[in-house]
Design a protein around this ligand. Structure first.
Ligand code: NAD
Ligand code: MG
Length: 382
């Protein structure tokens, strides 16, 4: 029996994780759950999964929850997230908080040598060098929870000998074939209507701008220890091939499946074994034809900005991420237009001085400064 701490329990990855765990009560037990403010949903989860501890990031939400649950310790604040992530009774941590807010608790799990199932890709974008060093130093077990990286992780079980490149597939989101002209008037709901994947709103906008693929490029760089030159992106609107690895003998290995994160989560929970996930088997004949295109970097500027930030190194990736979080938040609140997102990120990258990230404090300070700069720039579009 493995004790699970699920950070970000009320989100999309949280839902899928609990759905897989509910299929295997003999293998997994929920030790702790966390969420930001949604105490009503957490109350329902507490009744169903009976965790020992719950952390609400928001103090008021914690107070409300504590009045309606019994025999569950209710804590609040970001230090409490670190506590449950590193707790003696935690075996596996699902890191599924959205945004840079998820980084400290992911790192706490790593430092405690846990199996960390990492959905929070922002942790690697913000502090990838420190994070991977901490994984090595503490013998943590890092399993990617991103469909592309899980695919590559699976394909690389055959080894890295003769590896020439890895290739991330990208659906292109809802606007793959939409001309740039029409992108000017896109609403948040249109941007969040992903054709294949059902996800939280921030990552849905990231998919529409293709910043999600940009963040995933950086995530792949750290997870698989490869330079930008050995990672590329191909557009594949059906999201059936989740990613591929290319070897120098002409072999290409890909992982396929229906687009459903429960497959990825089941793999992370059961690795190196496999368990059922509740996902229907793939029927290739039903998904024909599978299409592939080269990405259009003039249209999807965010992807180009991410390639540039990775090549630049240092704080550029954290700056890219923080500027993106600010711009996406403005967009989701109807304060700026869709195409302003990339412009705000680019101008923020031009404004924040380049520096090295040598500590967690550096990463957090850069995140904070960048948010201030990005807010000032975003205000000028609002
Ligand atoms: P979501 O918005 O649906 O859920 C986010 C969760 O984080 C919620 O439980 C929320 O309460 C919590 N949260 C938000 N802000 C917080 C804060 N400041 N402090 C503490 N908790 C906070 O997001 P999601 O789609 O589940 O994505 C979660 C992470 O997984 C993201 O990093 C995303 O990039 C990654 N991811 C998601 C998918 C997907 O299919 N949804 C796929 C791959 C990777
Ligand atoms: Mg992904």
């Amino acid at each position: 029996m493995k004790n699970i701490t699920l950070l970000g329990a009320t989100g999309s990855i949280g839902d899928s994780t609990l759905a897989v765990i509910a299929l295997h009560p003999d293998k997994f037990n929920i030790f702790a759950l966390s969420a930001n403010t949604n105490w009503q949903k957490m109350r329902v989860l507490c009744e169903k999964f009976q965790p020992k501890v719950v952390v609400m990031a928001d103090a008021m939400a914690a107070e409300k929850l504590s009045k309606v649950v019994n025999n569950i310790e209710v804590l609040h604040g970001s230090n409490a997230l670190n506590t449950i992530a590193a707790h003696d009774q935690t075996d596996y941590v699902m890191a599924a908080i959205v945004g840079s807010a998820g980084m400290p608790s992911s790192l706490a799990a790593v430092k405690a040598g846990k199996r960390i199932m990492l959905a929070n890709k922002e942790s690697l974008v913000l502090a990838g060098d420190l994070f991977m060093q901490a994984v090595a130093d503490n013998n943590a077990e890092l399993i990617p929870v991103d469909s592309e990286h899980c695919a590559i992780f699976q394909c690389l079980q055959s080894g890295k000998s003769g590896l020439s490149k890895i290739q991330l597939t990208a659906s292109g989101g809802p606007f793959l074939h939409t001309p740039i002209e029409q992108l000017k008037t896109i609403t948040p709901d249109q941007a969040c209507a992903h054709p294949n994947w059902s996800m939280g709103r921030k990552i849905s906008v990231d998919s529409a701008t293709m910043m999600n693929k940009g963040l995933e490029l950086i995530e792949a760089h750290y997870l698989f220890n490869l330079p930008a030159e050995n990672i590329d992106v191909v557009m594949h609107p059906q999201s059936i091939i989740h990613s591929s690895v290319y070897y120098n003998d002409g072999s290409t290995l890909s992982q396929l499946g229906n687009p459903d994160m429960r497959t990825v989560i089941a793999y992370a929970l059961s690795y190196p074994d496999r368990i059922t996930s509740g996902v229907a088997p793939l029927n290739l004949a039903d998904n024909s034809p599978l299409e592939f295109y080269a990405p259009d970097l003039d249209k999807f500027v965010c992807l180009k900005l991410a390639f540039d930030a990775l090549k630049q190194g240092g704080n550029a990736m954290g700056t890219l991420n923080a500027a993106n979080e600010v711009a996406v938040d403005y967009f989701l609140n109807n304060k700026i237009r869709f195409l302003d997102i990339a412009e705000i990120i680019e101008r923020t990258l031009d404004s924040v001085p380049h520096s090295r990230i040598t500590s967690l404090e550096d990463a957090v300070a850069n995140d904070k400064i960048t948010r201030e700069v990005a807010c000032i720039i975003a205000q000028s579009y609002a």
